[in-house]
Write a protein that binds this ligand. Structure first.
Ligand code: FES
Ligand code: FES
Length: 204
């Protein structure tokens, strides 16, 4: 389905929306008045639903979303994948970390529309059949959690940390995992878990 046809069907024009947002942010008031006199197309209501196809854990998921929906809300509220947690909702805690095309991102600050056409991997996509991913197993083996709320984000971030080549020392792991906050302070055990899983993950 082309972007144009889906936009027409939902009554939402992405270009007009982006132009409308950019216009409100950048154009001074005087220039805006001139633009309105020139009968520029009105910005469209971002609450109108947009057709979006997200590829999550290897499967395409078709959704109709408010254009402002984040990846985190699309996962939790629309796809009922509640493994990714909402902590701060401001990009500060890392609880919502997922992989998008193998890069770790805070899904609370990533628009679902921007993730269309990319591979989203969540904590639910790591285990294969009955076998836990080595990083999941390492977190269990090392008691790397207490309440567990931060754990899905920690595991997704840890996986990327290893693949980025940043798990060579305790100091590196601490540095490159510093965006993931643990209120229970399980940090020493998290470092131990990352060190345990790293060799197996690097073997592929
Ligand atoms: S919920 Fe996304 S960084 Fe805290
Ligand atoms: S285990 Fe409780 S916040 Fe990390």
């Amino acid at each position: 389905m082309s972007e144009n046809s889906s936009s027409r069907r939902s009554g939402f024009d992405r270009r007009a929306f982006v132009a409308g947002v950019a216009g409100s942010a950048l154009v001074p008031l005087t220039a805006r008045a001139v633009a309105q006199d020139a009968k520029a197309p009105a910005a469209q209501d971002p609450a109108l639903p947009v057709d979006v196809t997200l590829r999550v854990n290897g499967k395409d998921k078709r959704l109709q979303l408010d254009a402002r929906t984040t990846v985190l809300d699309a996962l939790r509220e629309h796809l009922k994948l509640t493994g990714s947690k909402k902590g701060c909702d401001h990009g500060q805690c890392g609880a919502c970390t997922v992989l998008i095309d193998d890069r770790r991102v805070v899904s609370c600050l990533t628009l679902a529309l921007a993730a269309e056409g990319q591979e989203i991997t969540t904590i639910e996509g790591l285990a294969t059949n009955d076998r836990l991913h080595p990083m999941q197993q390492a977190f269990i083996d090392n008691d790397a959690f207490q309440c567990g709320y931060c754990t899905p984000g920690q595991i997704m971030s840890a996986l990327a940390c290893v693949k980025e080549g940043h798990a060579g020392s305790d100091a590196d792991i601490r540095e490159y995992m510093s965006g993931n906050i643990c209120r229970c302070a399980a940090y020493p055990n998290i470092v131990a878990a990352v060190k345990q899983a790293a060799p197996e993950i690097m073997k592929g």
